[in-house]
Design a binder for this molecule. Structure first.
Ligand code: CP
Length: 301
């Protein structure tokens, strides 16, 4: 993985993905190791973020490296009309690795083709979010003891949710049975569903969460992605499609864990938070260890 970019989760093999999870377990036990001394990581966020940006920064800081960058494109020369290519060529001169979030699908691939340092895609539009995928895999393995043969439900915005796209693609390597719950307008795109079909795996589609709850090991809730809708009225129509309440979990399996990439809006009621099956804040914490492992692999330390 040394000096390679991570744009799509498929850029790394299953064996490489598992190596990152194993290394992340070491960082979870011992997160403060000064192995990045002298290294500079650029953090270019052209779109808002709390977890991804700050967990990357925390990961680099805990490893003794330095972070440069911006969290708002308006404070960069993009606002003066600079092209993405020129920004990437410039920042390649200042850093050993670039972490980039951008609203345009394919922007991270484009950046990886012009950069002279590796690019980590921290989310490109509605396309992919491979580092979230790695931390989701880590969390699923941590809570279930395995990644194999699980029943996993995805709820909410399966059309625009980039975290869903990356995770579904990765899980097709682990004989997952998929349970897909979304409004008709926000179904999983056929380009992603093809991965399930090509792997000869089962998927079941529902419109109600409660129909799937007794059958699943992981309930992966997602936010309706308001920022991706071209028609605000369409968002208003679907925004409250799914709201998980604690009472809906009565018939759930004992091993069920509820995940969410966060931020949540209202799709998980706060009365779920004290339930031991709610695991989304631990999931966000795991982002630090997984990103430490990924950076260490790419920088070869
Ligand atoms: N999960 C995630 O990508 O969260 P942020 O948008 O806060 O980075």
């Amino acid at each position: 993985m040394k000096n390679r970019s991570l744009v799509s989760i498929n850029d790394f093999t299953k064996a490489e993905q598992l190596q990152i999870l194993d290394r992340a377990e070491e960082f979870e036990k011992n997160p403060n190791q000064r192995i990045l001394q002298g290294k500079v990581v650029a953090s270019l966020f052209f779109e808002p973020s709390t977890r991804t940006r700050l967990s990357f920064e925390s990961a680099v800081n805990r490893l003794g490296g330095r972070v440069i960058g911006f969290s708002d494109a308006n404070s960069s020369s993009t606002s003066k009309g600079e092209s993405l290519k020129d920004t990437i060529l410039t920042v390649s001169n200042y850093s050993d690795l670039i972490v980039m979030r951008h609203p345009i699908e394919g922007s991270a691939r484009w950046a990886s083709e012009v950069a002279s340092v590796p690019i980590i895609n921290a989310g490109d539009g509605a396309n992919q979010h491979p580092t979230q995928c790695l931390l989701d895999l880590y969390t699923i393995r941590q809570t279930q003891g395995t990644l194999d043969n699980l029943n996993i439900a995805f709820v909410g915005d399966l059309k625009y949710g980039r975290t869903v796209h990356s995770l579904v693609m990765a899980l097709t390597q682990f004989n997952t049975t998929f349970h897909l719950i979304s409004p008709t307008e926000l179904k999983l795109p056929s380009s992603v569903k093809m991965y399930i079909k090509d792997a000869n795996l089962e998927y079941h589609q529902y419109t109600e969460i409660t129909d799937a709850i007794p059958k699943i090991d992981i309930l992966f809730m997602t936010r309706i992605q308001r920022e991706r809708f071209s028609d605000p009225m369409e968002y208003e129509r679907v925004k409250n499609s799914y709201i998980l309440k604690n009472s809906m979990l009565e018939k759930s399996r004992q091993n069920l864990k509820i995940l969410h990439p966060l931020p949540r809006v209202n799709e998980i009621n706060e009365d779920v938070d004290p339930n031991p099956k709610a695991y989304y804040f631990q999931q966000a914490l795991n982002g630090v260890f997984v990103r430490q492992a990924l950076i260490a692999k790419i920088l070869g330390v």
